[in-house]
Structures are given as structure tokens and as C-alpha cells.
Design a protein around this ligand. Sequence first.
Ligand code: RIB
Ligand code: CA
Length: 315
Amino acid sequence: MFSAPRPVILDGDPGLDDAVAWLLALSSPELWVLGATAVHGNMVLPLSLWNAGVVLALAGDVAEGVPYFAGADRPLLRSPITATHVHGATGLPAAGLPEPRRDPNPAHAVDFIIRTVRSNPRQVTLIATGPLTNIALAFRMAPDLPDLVREVVWMGGSTGQGNRTPAAEFNALADPHAAQIVLQSPAAVRMVGLNVTMQCIATPERIEQLRALGNRAGAVCAEMLNFYAAFYRERYGLSGGAMHDPLAVAAAIRPELLSWQPLAVEVELNDGINLGRTVCDLYNVTGQTPNVQVAVGVDEEGFFGLLLERLGTLP
Ligand code: RIB
Ligand code: CA
């Protein structure tokens, strides 16, 4: 049974795993990428924005005409943090990358999100792979928006351990107030957290499979994931890097690749060791009404099979 492609906006902080995620989205016929919006996070905004243009160029003809926009250059309240130690100084640690094929659209990312969602009520999915600052701003500037988005699929948070701190995952910590605004809004939110993404490791064997695709996209992703693996070996003793953002895109393409649980989730906003923690009420001890569909399991082989298949269709 054929169904119409799902209109999506890619909002992220490219960043190497965002880049792989966006290539997966752009190469998947189930999704119709209406635009990409850059946000502060892994990199400072000017670099996220440049990298957004580079990733669209890397995708080739499937991204022809897809606009990209500059969004928030800092969190709502807290001081900015970055992750250049994970993603490298440029954020896309690979040689031979193309330059952007076009300049960014002069409109602000938040205005693009608001305009696009309003003109396609209950149809647009926001796939967020960075801090939620742009989406929180859109929800505050347009209070009707949370009811008009089809859903927000967010790589962020965790039902357990953090990564940037013992308690907080990077995207949540980088703008905890934005995360709280979005998670507490009426919008339908799917949270793809570290508890599942850390089960999807780009091992040397998987990197070799990417390289064996024989195309530029496979070679670039293999090179970036090789760079990424060094951090994961040193920090976690793992054989490769976690495919955080690509799994969020896979969740929008095939939600059945993950298992989901409706949970009440709150973001810790108090300064201190727990700032940015996504507190997930796994056993509903608070009696709060669940506000988030939280990923609690993943078909790792199914995910990597989808990733390889789709990246293999790119130039
Ligand atoms: O914690 C992982 C997340 O933080 C990913 O989105 C990665 O790109 C970084 O933004
Ligand atoms: Ca990211």
C-alpha cells in the first residue's frame, strides 16, 4: 500500500551524526523534506548553518531546492555549550566535502517553521536532532503551533544515564528550558533518547559496510564515523560511535523499528548536577498524564539495514 510522503522539517546542529541523519532523511521516499533549520549546539550557529548547506549539497539531486535557514544562535536562558571535542573543529570531519550549492534562505528558521506548519495543519513532522531552541521559540511565538504539528520526533534525553553529564543528554542540557517548553506543550512528542541510541553503535564492521557502498555519501559517512569512533573508544570503551540522530530519523520513517511507552517526562531546570535531566516516570508513580512517547527498545539490525539501504541510493 502506497502512502503519500510525510512532510518533515529537519532541525539540527550538524554535527556529524546530524549529517548522517539528514542524508538518511533526504534519501528516504517516505519523507518529503520541506526544509532544514540550523540551531546552536554541537557547533556555534554559523558553523551549523554552513554544515547544513554542505549536507544538502552532499545529498545531491534529492536535496535540490530544499531551503535551509539560520535559527537560534544561543539557548533561551543558560550559557551556550558545544561539542567540538566530539565532532571536530568543523563539525563534519571528512575530506572532499562539497560547498553549499546555494546560500541560506534569509528568513529566520523559526518563521519558516511557523509558516510551514500553519499552512499544512496537522501534516508536518519536526525532526529535531539538536537542542530544541528553535521549536520552543516557534511554540512561544505561535501558541497555536503545538496543536498544528503532526508530531515532534526528538533525538534527546534519556530514561537513564546522561552523556554530557551523568544526568543529562547533550541536546537536553544545551537548552533545558527549550526542552521543557516543548515536552510540556500539547504537541505530540516522540523522544529517542540515549537509552536506545547507545544500543546502535557504528562498529568497524558497519563502517566498512558504509565504505563498501562505493559512493561519496558512504565514503564521507565512513570517514566521519571513524573520527567519531575515537571519542567513543576513549570515553566509553565502545568499538564505535552511537548513531543518535540517524535513529531519530529512522523513527520518523519506520516507528516500528523502536518500541514506545507513553510516559510523563519533565526536564530538570534547577542548576546543579541534575540540570537538563529528562526525568521519565517509568512506573507512573506520580500519576501524571503521560506527555511523551518514549522509545524504550530498538531493532538495531533493522535500523542499520535501513541506513545502509538508503545511503546506498545517494551519489
Ligand atoms: O547526545 C547526542 C546528541 O547531541 C546528538 O544529537 C549529537 O549530534 C549532539 O547534538
Ligand atoms: Ca545533533
